[in-house]
Design a protein around this ligand. Structure first.
Ligand code: PPS
Length: 300
C-alpha cells in the first residue's frame, strides 16, 4: 500500500458514495487495489458479516479456538482488531487491513470482512479458503447499527432513528443493503461448500451448540475443559469487561454516546420500532426476502 506519511489521521465522519453499486465510505475503498489483489492462503479463515451481526463475537471465538491455549500475551495485550485484521479498512496514515493481514505471523490467519460477497477478493475462492459468515435478523441489526453510527466518529452521520430506519430499508448504508448482503452470501453457500453460515440468534440461544457446529466445520476437537473455558469467556458480560475485545481501546469510538458491547440481545428492536414502523418494515421485508430457505428469528 502507498501511504502518505504526511497525511493527518482523519477521523471525521465520512460521506457515502456509490462504489461498484454498493454504498461505501473512503475508509473501505482507499486501498481498493490492494484489497482486490490480496493473496489469500489456503488455510486463511475469512470471517464475513454485515456490520453489527456478531463479527467481534465470532472473531473472539475463532481466536480462542486456534490461539487461546498457545499465547497468553496475545489474549492479554493484543486487541481483537489487531489479531483479526479488517481487510478492507484503511485509516491513513496509520495503515491498512491488507498490510496488517500480510504481516500476521499466525497460521491460520483470521481475517475479517464486511464486504458483500461479489466484492470479496477472488483469491479467497481460488484458494478454497474456509469462510464463516454470521447473519443477524434485520431488526436487531439495524438498531445495533444505528447506535454504532452514533458513537463511531468515522461513520456517516446517522440522523434520527426514523430517517435511519428508512435509509436501512433503502440499503443506503455503509456496505450496502442488509437484504442483498445476507441473500448474496446465502446463495454463495449453495455453490461453495467451504462456507459455514451462522445466525446470531442461534449463538445467543446456545453458544456451546454453535461452537460445536463451528468446530465440526473447522475440523477442530477442543477438550471439554477448553470448550467450557471458551464458551464462558465469550459470554456477553465477560466480553464487555474484557478490554481486548470490547473496543475500549479504539480512538474512533465515543463510549459516552454508546458502548460497543451495548446489549447483546435478540429482540431489543422492540424498544426502538414504533408499531407503525414495524408494520411498514414487515411489509417491505416480505418484498425483499423472497427466498423461503433463508429464515431469521426476531425473538427467541
Ligand atoms: S462490528 O462493528 O460490525 O464489528 O460489530 P459486531 O461485532 O459485528 O456487532 C456488535 C454487536 O454484537 C454484540 N455482541 C454480542 N452479543 C451477544 N453476545 C456476545 N458475546 C456479543 N459480543 C458482541 C454487540 O453487543 C453488538 O450488538 P448490540 O445489539 O449493539 O449490543
Amino acid at each position: 500500500m502507498s501511504v502518505d506519511p504526511d497525511k493527518k489521521l482523519d477521523l471525521r465522519r465520512a460521506e457515502l458514495f456509490d462504489f461498484h453499486g454498493v454504498p461505501m465510505t473512503h475508509f473501505f475503498t482507499d486501498t481498493w487495489e490492494d484489497v482486490q489483489n490480496f493473496q489469500a492462503r489456503p488455510d486463511d479463515i475469512l470471517i464475513a458479516t454485515y456490520t453489527k451481526a456478531g463479527t467481534t463475537w465470532i472473531s473472539y471465538i475463532l481466536d480462542l479456538l486456534y490461539f487461546g491455549q498457545t499465547s497468553s500475551e496475545r489474549q492479554t495485550s493484543t486487541p481483537i482488531y489487531e489479531r483479526v485484521p479488517f481487510l478492507e479498512k484503511t485509516i491513513l496514515p496509520v495503515g491498512s487491513g491488507v498490510d496488517q493481514a500480510n504481516n500476521l505471523p499466525t497460521s491460520p490467519r483470521l481475517i475479517k470482512t464486511h464486504l458483500p460477497v461479489q466484492l470479496v477478493p477472488k483469491s479467497f475462492w481460488e484458494q478454497n479458503c474456509r469462510v464463516v459468515y454470521v447473519a443477524r435478523n434485520a431488526k436487531d441489526n439495524v438498531v445495533s447499527y444505528f447506535h454504532f453510527d452514533r458513537m463511531t466518529m468515522t461513520q456517516p452521520e446517522p440522523g434520527d432513528w426514523s430517517s435511519y430506519l428508512q435509509r436501512f430499508m433503502k440499503g443506503k448504508m455503509v456496505f450496502g443493503s442488509w437484504y442483498d448482503h445476507v441473500n448474496g452470501w446465502w446463495k454463495k453457500k449453495q455453490a461453495y461448500s467451504n462456507l459455514h453460515y451462522m445466525f446470531y440468534e442461534d449463538m445467543v440461544e446456545d453458544t456451546g451448540r454453535e461452537i460445536d457446529k463451528l468446530c465440526s466445520f473447522l475440523g477442530l476437537s477442543p477438550s471439554v475443559e477448553e470448550k467450557k473455558q471458551i464458551t464462558d469467556g465469550v459470554q456477553f458480560d465477560n466480553m464487555k469487561k474484557n478490554d481486548m475485545v470490547n473496543y475500549s481501546t479504539s480512538t474512533a469510538m465515543n463510549f459516552k454516546i454508546s458502548p460497543f458491547m451495548r446489549k447483546g440481545k435478540v429482540g431489543d428492536w422492540k424498544n426502538h420500532f414504533t408499531v407503525a414502523q414495524n408494520e411498514e418494515f414487515d411489509e417491505d421485508y416480505k418484498k425483499k426476502m423472497k427466498d423461503p430457505s433463508l429464515q431469521f428469528r426476531t425473538v427467541i
